[in-house]
Design a protein around this ligand. Structure first.
Ligand code: NA7
Length: 548
């Protein structure tokens, strides 16, 4: 192993200490990158984090749109690697807002003295594997460094998708993407604003923008199912109770399919009476949150069961939205949970405001963007600002944006042209010593991201320690293991309703992206498999001593 011996005095762009040769390069300083750096340091490795943003935080650095908030409860959407940290940090709300999560991550960076090894304002442009030395050459917007290992902590939802609508660049007013929000905020007072997109980000920002704007036009292509978040100040009794047995609480959560503690029902929707079904949905609805998806055990497996949930939610929309035509347009006809379920605060109520207009794109897409606004549905909507709440090139976008080249100069983009291929979502054949945190083929976005990240980081750190202890310098999965894994991911997905609609889980939101289901469904089984692979001397991987 190489240890960086260079002078640590002085500072580099973004404040990091100098050096060009490292044991590990980590790309991204969000939840994943920060913890990976901490573990690398514990192993005595020299490490450098490159972060494109001007601060740490990843997703929570970039997504500053009004109303941005996590949809997993704060006591669960947080690190557990340090008991002192999880005991001492006080979350103020049931669901943490973006500013609070960002403060938390800044606190973590300070508390564990991570900043000297983080180089901000630096984008990684290429990572090229050099077979002669067995090292990666990492080219950034600032400089070029080398490392034995590269860990991509680039996030699943970080590559913004701004659709290529005709005339997009002709608009004379201001445009924003929810995932690239200006740090100084935006004041929409007195403006005519158009929001394109009604996924989680749109649903969170629309009610708040509606309160400011003179008039808000919501351009909706597909209506979303949404459950009330019922966010509130965190109940001190709940906080005390969970913190009293935090470890056990986390362990129990890790045994649930999504790794999120929730009152999971073992009853099937179709075996109970219609009255009991209604009562159950109502209870989960009143509780609020993503737990609605586990009100019955078969909601993600049986269309008939799912339709009862869908109908319940459509009735809620019709009871809330006063104009029946608008209510109809807001009612989804897809499977609940097939696209990610949204959580909202007064989203549907917003459409009762006189200054809000729903523009239904269901029949025809936006015709074009003009200098003055948006033309759709046969009308020209004059606008001062356009907000793209149009999501991300999920799971693969951030990886493919970097020119990653493995053995024989093969580009990752080419290897993944027909869809991502990984083993465990952690590594890909032909790209030795390159790890992906929450990569495609791992539970990632269908789990609680923070515990998933910690599980991946721990696995990678243990793997590197194993290699060191066994004199190994190179690891990569076999093609056979990778193919078998891809089949397993798809077989499981095909047993569910997840593949029945056009979601970003399938890459369907990006024109031309191969339709491949990317997340692994089933957190506990996944964790057990990773444990077994490691326990069996990294079964499915090829390990080698240095070739030099
Ligand atoms: P999403 O969930 O991908 O939502 C994007 C929205 O933008 C969705 O309603 C799309 O409609 C819409 N969209 C995308 N392209 C267009 C065009 N060309 N015209 C009109 N509408 C369009 O992204 P979010 O940022 O809301 O949420 C991402 C995740 O972040 C979320 O799931 C949480 O995990 C956190 P479509 O449904 O594709 O018809």
């Amino acid at each position: 192993m190489v240890t960086n011996t260079s002078d640590r005095d002085g500072s580099r762009p973004g404040g990091a200490t100098p050096g060009t040769e490292f044991d590990v390069i980590i790309v991204g300083a969000g939840f994943a990158g920060l913890y990976m750096l901490h573990r690398a340091r514990e192993l005595g490795l020299s490490a450098r984090v490159f972060e494109a943003g001007g601060g740490v935080g990843g997703t929570w650095y970039w997504n500053r749109y009004p109303g941005a908030r996590c949809d997993v409860e704060s006591l669960q959407y947080s690190y557990q690697f340090s008991d002192e940290l999880q005991q001492e940090w006080h979350w103020t709300e049931r669901y943490a807002s973006q500013p609070e999560i960002l403060r938390y991550l800044e606190h973590v960076a300070d508390r564990f003295a991570l900043r000297p090894d983080i180089q901000l304002d630096t984008r990684v442009e290429a990572a090229i594997f050099d077979e002669a030395s067995g090292r990666w050459r990492v080219e950034t917007s600032a400089d070029t460094v080398t490392a034995r290992f590269v860990v991509m902590a680039t996030g699943c939802l970080s590559s913004a998708n701004i659709p290529e609508i005709e005339g997009r660049d002709e608009f004379a007013g201001a445009t924003y993407h929810t995932g690239r929000w200006p740090h100084e905020g935006v004041d929409f007072t007195g403006q005519r604003v158009g929001v394109i997109g009604t996924g989680s980000s749109g649903i969170q920002c629309i009610p708040i923008i509606a309160e400011q704007a003179e008039h808000l036009y919501v351009f909706q292509r597909t209506p979303s199912f949404s459950v009330p978040a019922r966010n509130a100040p965190l109940d001190p009794a709940v906080e005390r109770e969970i913190k009293a047995t935090y470890h056990e609480f986390r362990e129990a959560a890790a045994q649930t399919p999504f790794g999120i503690a929730a009152p999971i029902s073992d009853k099937a929707a179709m075996v109970v009476s219609p009255e009991e079904r209604e009562r159950t949905y109502e209870e989960y609805w009143q509780t609020g949150g993503l737990g609605f998806m586990v009100a019955f055990a078969d909601l993600l497996f049986s269309r008939e069961a799912n339709e009862t949930a869908a109908e319940f939610m459509r009735r809620k929309i019709r009871a809330t939205v006063t104009d029946p035509a608008v209510a109809d347009a807001l009612c989804p006809d897809t499977v609940v949970g097939c696209k990610r379920l949204c959580l909202d605060t007064a989203y549907f109520e917003t459409f009762n405001r006189a200054n809000v207009t729903l523009v239904d794109l269901n029949q025809a897409p936006i015709e074009r963007i003009t200098a003055d606004g948006i033309r759709a549905d046969g009308e020209e909507y004059r606008l001062d600002s356009v907000v793209f709440a149009t999501g991300f090139d999920a799971m693969t976008g951030a990886l493919e944006r970097i020119d990653i080249r493995g053995v024989g100069g093969r580009a990752l983009r080419d290897k993944w042209a027909e869809g991502p291929r990984t083993y465990l979502g952690l590594a890909t054949a032909g790209f030795p010593n390159l790890f992906t945190i929450t990569g495609p083929g791992s539970p990632s976005v269908l789990s609680n991201m923070v515990p998933s990240i910690e599980q991946h980081v721990n696995w990678i750190a243990d793997c590197v320690a194993y290699m060191r202890d066994h004199g190994m310098e190179r690891i990569e999965p076999t093609v056979e293991a990778e193919e078998a894994w891809g089949q397993r991911v798809n077989q499981i997905a095909n047993m569910t309703l997840y593949t029945s609609c056009n979601s970003w889980y399938l890459g369907a939101n990006i024109p031309g992206k191969p339709r491949v289901f990317m997340p692994y469904i089933g957190f506990p089984e996944y964790v057990a498999t990773c444990r077994d692979v490691a326990a069996n001397d990294y079964q499915g991987f090829t390990l080698a001593r240095s070739q030099t």
